[in-house]
Design a binder for this molecule. Structure first.
Ligand SMILES: Cc1ncc(COP(=O)(O)O)c(C=O)c1O
Length: 409
């Protein structure tokens, strides 16, 4: 036995398997999953992608299977810049870095910007894949609480003051302003403005992670932070995962050229480049208007799903349980009564009640949220989703009643 574990680096000590991944391993056929944020396969434009792949191989020949530049194909960077401009973000080819999913963008940003101990502000709760990616670089995560209008700017200001009082300052803020993962909440325009003002005043960078704004469901989508960014402080990250297909493994960063260049150097050591065939597919999908045609379809699919989950929650959840009304995206955030420990209940949920969810503590940067859970409405068939919510409601009701009973009862 080589006892490899003994030789793992100190950095590897920060590598912990995510609760979502652990959970997915458990899911058998009879367990209804309200767990992972997996897109509805009905949203994949199968026929168009098939056509595009054949055309790409025919027209581009070997280039479609060859190595490509680290930053991404020039043509694709230009097309993404035009796509972003249509979404209110002024960008040129040089401002775009194509990544292997937006997850890689988060890894690269962490590599390039985070030194051990650097304060990093974030929504609390926040995307657990970001917590995981950042953790390796040893930041001091400073969670900022949210309310219905998103991140609480007063709390962010207080956190910045506290840091200042300690002679420290935030390096960056990681935010998901629109249809947030895990809460589904969207930050108001006033708060967006205020966050950017704080970033100016306290001189930190803002990472805007934006996979879900494409299916914002409550009317006119608020402007992205990047579109309001006058000084190049915002590093914008997005992905094709929810608008075309996650299996293409493509995302992108839009940022000032200096940042893009540094991230590209970091990418050389991580993936060298994003998948060439996928890049050509995305290029064609953008050029042929497929991505633009997808957006109204996605809104329809996820509106029906969101409304079905909200209705099921309304029907089945016992008194004392609260949940968000997401403005889009894929998730509802659930808060059970304080005494209900959703972490501790998970094994029972999986084995006896046959329903999966992600315990909310996984999304907390401060170890809180034991009574919370993230429910995904993106994937299960609607009937199964309703049944899943009913099972979860039963579990919570029974447990809340048991915990409320006097000792010995
Ligand atoms: C907020 C957020 N950021 C990043 C990602 C990573 O997505 P991908 O790597 O598929 O682009 C996800 C995936 O669910 C997400 O919810």
């Amino acid at each position: 036995m080589v006892e490899a574990g003994r030789r793992f680096s100190a950095r590897a000590g920060a590598l912990r398997s995510s609760k979502v991944r652990e959970l997915l391993k458990w899911i058998g056929r009879d367990v209804i999953s309200l767990g992972g944020g997996v897109p509805d396969p009905a949203s994949f434009p199968m026929e168009e992608i098939k056509r595009i792949i054949l055309d790409v191989l025919e027209e581009r020949g070997a280039a479609a299977l060859q190595y490509a530049p680290t930053e991404g194909l020039d043509e694709l960077r230009g097309e993404i810049a035009r796509f972003m401009s249509r979404r209110g973000v002024r960008a040129r080819e040089e401002n775009v870095l194509v990544t292997s999913g937006s997850q890689e963008a988060l890894e690269l940003i962490a590599r390039v910007f985070i030194d051990p101990g650097d304060p990093v502000l974030s929504d609390n709760p926040t995307y657990l894949g970001a917590i995981q990616a950042f953790a390796v670089y040893g930041p001091r995560m400073v969670g900022v609480p949210m309310d219905e209008a998103g991140l609480r700017v007063d709390a962010m200001e207080a956190a910045l003051k506290r840091l200042g009082g300690e002679g420290s300052r935030a390096k960056l803020a990681y935010l998901i302003p629109t249809c947030q993962n895990p809460t589904g909440r969207t930050m108001s325009v006033e708060r967006r403005r205020a966050v950017l003002e704080l970033a100016e005043e306290h001189d930190f960078l803002v990472v805007e992670d934006d996979p879900y704004s494409y299916f914002y469901l409550d009317g006119v989508e608020p402007p992205s932070l990047k579109s309001m960014d006058g000084s190049g402080r915002v590093i914008y990250v997005s992905t094709v995962s929810k608008i075309l297909a996650p299996g293409l493994r493509l995302g992108w960063v839009v940022a000032d050229e200096e940042i893009v260049e540094k991230l590209a150097i970091a990418k050389q050591g991580v993936t060298l480049q994003s998948p060439t065939l996928s890049m050509y597919v995305l290029l064609e999908a953008l050029k042929r208007g497929l991505v633009d045609r997808q957006l109204p379809k996605l809104k329809e699919i996820y509106r029906v799903r969101r409304d079905a989950m909200l209705e099921a929650l309304e029907t089945y959840m016992p008194e004392g349980v609260r949940w968000t009304r997401p403005s889009g995206g894929m998730f509802v955030w659930l808060e059970a009564p304080e005494r209900v420990d959703m972490d501790a209940l998970l094994p029972l949920a999986l084995t006896k009640y046959k329903v999966a969810y992600v315990p909310g503590s996984a999304f907390h940067v401060d170890g809180g949220g034991q009574n919370t859970a993230r429910l995904s409405f993106s994937y299960p068939p609607l009937d199964a989703m309703r049944e899943g919510v009913a099972r979860l409601a039963k579990l919570i009701a029974e447990h809340a009643a048991a915990r409320a009973a006097p000792a010995g009862g």
